[in-house]
Every structure is written in C-alpha cells, then in structure tokens.
Write a protein that binds this ligand. Structure first.
Ligand code: 2P0
Length: 349
C-alpha cells in the first residue's frame, strides 16, 4: 500500500532542484470505467475498482527548463507530437497554474508495457507524470489530491496512485464541486487470503485501432445499452466490495468477468460497433471456460484491446498460465500480482 505521502522522496528540496522522477504501475479494473459525464474534468459516469499490478512499471522524469519555449516530451525515446503531446502539455498547464511556476519542462517517460494496447499504459503514465511533475514544480500533494490530479490526465490513472486494490469514486456524496468528489482511494483487502494473480495474455501488442477515449465517447453517445450497463455496473461494484471484504476470489472473479463482458457488449451495441475482441481473444476466453469446467477458479477480464487478463489464485498460477500459454499462439503470457502505488524515486539538480 502507498505511504500517506507518495511524493516523499529520498532528498527533500525538489522545489529548488526543479527535477524529479517517479515510478507507477498500471492497474486492471475488475469493475470498469467506461464513459465520462464531463470530458474536460474527466468525470466518469460510474465508480470503478481495480488492482494495481506489480509488473510493467512506467518511469517518468520531469525537469524544468526555464529557457524552453515549449514542453518537450519523449516516450521510450520517441518525441511526442500532435494529440499525445497536447495532452501532456494540457496536464502540465494544470500543474503550472497551481504551482504558480510558468517554466516549460522536459519530460522523459519509459513504459515497460506496450503503449496503447489495452494494457493500462496511460494509467501508469499519468500517475507517474503527475507525481514527478508535482515534485519538479514544488507542488506537494497528499495522495487524494494527487489522485484527483492524475485523473485529469487519464481517468484510470487516478487508481494507479494507490497500490493493490483501489476504488475510484465517480462522484463522492458530500462534495459540491464534482472535481473534488472524484478520486480513488485504497480498498482494504486481506491479500494473504485472497492471494490474487492476473495471468495476462498479450495476443496482440500493437496499438489499438480506436483510442479508449474516443471509443468511450462514441459508446456513451450511441449505444442504447449504455444506461443499463451503468446501472448494472453499480450493482457489480457493491458486490465486488463485499466479495473483496470476504476475500472471496470466486465471487471477485465472477463479478469481474460479467462486468467486463457487459462493457464489451455495450461497445458492440454502439453504432457503428466498437469491437476490441479478436479471434485470438476468444481462443483465450475458451481456455478460461475450460479451466473452470476442470475445477480451476479462473476468470477473464478485458479492456480496450484484444488482450485477456485471467484472475486466479496464486497457488493455481502455473496451471492457469500453462492453459493460457497454449491458447496464446504468437503472443506472450505474463503473471502479475498486486503491486505498489506510485512513488517518487528522487530529485536531481
Ligand atoms: C478501466 N479502461 O477501467 C477501463 C476499462 C479501459 C477499459 O480506463 O479517456 O485511458 O484517458 O480517461 O483511463 C482506459 O481509459 O481513458 C480505461 P481516459 P483511460 O481501466
């Protein structure tokens, strides 16, 4: 679980140094976020709940560059241009506004997961960027305000601020300002009892044809199933919280699987349909069904891409990974457990 202050680095005076590096892990939602009621503020229609992974971290370094006329952003040594660059600049603008420091910055980010392939690289990316940029600009935030801020970069990043299980509130009661009411917080879970693992089948590491941002918007605007999905997702969330409280992996898996399939059904009903599932995804989903027929508790979830994540007990990892590997021709299979929240690695002069 994250320390109370995720920006606590080894050395203190980040405001003077103007540079900082942070590390964040992706998260996989067990109750999904799909659809915004406010695009500018990145406010979702529904609550969501995820597990932060212990694999595929993103490391991001932010250095203030007073002489620079424009922010420079590289991702895995590639210079970002166009919309991806604009998104980072808009995010840094929020931090410049709050910190009162106008300097442009040099941002260097490194993913260890394929970018834009439905493997949550934007969650780890914006959680790491929020943390490093706040430190570089001398803005010290506790984990809740940091989660709200990360949300503005990418919704799912709000959850990667925290380790293990996190719940992102769409709109927490009691807040007049909707921006303040939408943040993630940790969900206490007896990890030693639940002992969850996600076996990740990367059937295609290429970037998705439609971004999740665009696909979400299109789904909300055109899918006749959207409202009923939102209602059933809220029931799933209540069930998921109870299942996690009991550390009941079978119930967690059953709810996660139906919630994910519901999200894909809503997309398939959009006009025209958004379809992330591929034949290779279905082969893995069949293998998951077969595992269950053979008495193994294995449950699938899928995001905005064809890759499949299979939830199971750690003790059954090998059996599940073996079946998933056999069903993942030409791809790769990874095993992830619950991982830590975002942390600041240090500051540099
Ligand atoms: C989730 N996904 O809950 C869902 C499930 C994908 C499928 O959050 O537009 O990159 O930046 O807020 O966070 C992916 O969406 O979208 C996502 P934006 P984000 O994990």
């Amino acid at each position: 679980m994250t320390a109370e202050d995720p920006q606590k680095g080894r050395d203190r005076p980040e405001a003077e140094t103007g540079a900082a590096t942070a590390l964040a892990h992706p998260n996989i939602a067990l109750v999904k976020y799909w659809g915004k009621r406010d695009e500018r503020l990145v406010l979702p229609w529904t609550d969501s709940l995820s597990m932060t992974l212990d694999t595929f971290p993103t490391t991001t370094r932010v250095r203030l560059a007073p002489g620079l006329r424009q922010d420079t952003v590289t991702l895995d040594d590639e210079l970002l241009v166009g919309e991806p660059h604009r998104r980072v600049v808009a995010f840094l603008d929020l931090i410049r506004e709050r910190s009162g420091r106008p300097e442009k910055a040099v941002v260097e980010s490194r993913n260890t997961v394929p970018t834009g392939a439905g493997l949550a690289s934007s969650a780890s990316g914006f959680a790491a960027l929020a943390t490093a940029a706040c430190a570089a600009y001398g803005l010290r935030l506790g984990s809740r305000p940091l989660s709200r801020l990360a949300r503005r970069g990418s919704g799912s990043a709000a959850r990667s601020v925290f380790g293990a299980f996190a719940l992102w509130h769409a709109a927490r009661a009691g807040y007049d300002d909707p921006d303040l009411g939408s943040y993630a917080e940790p969900v206490p879970v007896r990890l030693d009892v639940l002992d969850p693992v996600l076996v990740i089948a990367v059937v295609d590491a290429g970037p998705k044809p439609v971004s999740s941002r665009e696909a979400m918007r299109h789904t909300v605007d055109t899918s006749p199933l959207f409202r009923s999905w939102a209602a059933s997702s809220s029931a799933d969330l209540a069930g998921m919280r109870a299942a996690l409280h009991r550390a009941d992996l079978d119930a967690v898996g059953e709810i996660a699987e139906r919630n994910a399939f519901g999200m894909h059904a809503v997309m398939l009903a959009a006009r025209p349909a958004v379809r992330y599932l591929s034949p290779a995804s279905l082969t893995v989903l069949d293998a998951v069904l077969e595992l269950r027929r053979n008495g193994v508790s294995a449950w699938a979830t899928m995001d905005a891409g064809p890759n499949v994540k299979v939830l199971c007990r750690r003790a059954e990892t090998e059996r599940v990974a073996c079946a998933v590997r056999a069903a993942t021709t030409g791809g790769s299979v990874h095993v992830a457990g619950p991982g830590p929240g975002v942390r600041l690695l240090g500051e540099y002069r």
